[in-house]
Ligand binder design. Sequence first.
Ligand SMILES: NC(=O)CC[C@H](N)C(=O)O
Length: 370
Amino acid sequence: MKYTSKDKAVVLLSDGTIFHGKSVGIKGTTTGEICFNTGVTGYQEIFTDPSYYGQIMLSTVAHIGNYGVHADEVDSDGIKIAGLVCKNFSTDYSRPDAEGSLYDYFEKKNLVAVSDVDTRALVSYIRDNGAMNAVISTDGKSIEELKEILAAVPDMKGLELASAVSTKEPYFYGDENATYKVAALDFGIKTNILRCLAARDCYVKVYPYNATLEDLNDFNPDGYFLSNGPGDPQPLTEVIETVKEIIAINKPVFGICLGHQLIGLTQGVNTYKMFNGHRGINHPVMNAISGKGEITSQNHGFAVVREEVEQNPNLEITHYHLNDNTVAGMRLKDKQVFSVQYHPESSPGPNDSKYLFDQFVTYMKEHKEA
Ligand SMILES: NC(=O)CC[C@H](N)C(=O)O
């Protein structure tokens, strides 16, 4: 189990910039958009979040691996990131509860990881120059070979990735005798969203991303949930049509992250690729309805165009990001349809926004009793 590899490893960015590091031990080469997460805890939740599918994670935490892994701390059935870049990687872990080392977890998935990188310099570089594709390699490939590999990697803008992580078959989550039935469209749903719904008396049927309204209505749900997920929302054109049909039913609809972006697209609001996304667990958001601030968990690289939401007579901005004023939440004025760009289920992150799940359940209760 102990890793001894200190083989040379390299991080090559699409603009030609090179950072050097050491291999964590697994030999290989992997590609994807490089993104950084500033959360100081919760690496296992981050690495298993399906919204990171196709992305190389650059961690700003100085120590990765030091508390091992635990089966309760997953947000899907396994690692979803395409690769890892970090400062210190530890195979030794100290937590009485830990079930194994992060290294063993990586090995099962053959995840290429590079340590001993000057991550502060690399994060600053990406902050200044914007999100971009990268290749990381621990198997001794030459820079020329890596440049060739990198040139073939598609741009995140325009890339449809939800289908790669969505369930292939519907499945159930929670207690079948629960009061509320929720039909969830799975674009890469985080397990903690399901836990949050089940904890609030909901029985969830999770459907493949391309399920039709007819499929969803088989379950006769009290509300619909549109999940988070990787990639650009715009190529999901058929899904956007289904979401339009869902909204037209007049039952409660709750969308998180990719789900929020899809709701925007149904209303004629465009999405755009951000210069750098928001990824971390201390993003400040203002609730424009209550006037209260929330510290939130975030992971997104696309956003809805604020001016278009403001000009849309059907929409109201309910939350905005206090760092850059981007839309963090919105609702349809005449319906029980609402969404947030951030992650109220956290995992990892603060619990300030869990009330949004209560709001969804309240809407379903009102609808049921109406
Ligand atoms: N967490 C998410 O659902 C992310 C949504 C989308 N893939 C984005 O990067 O903006």
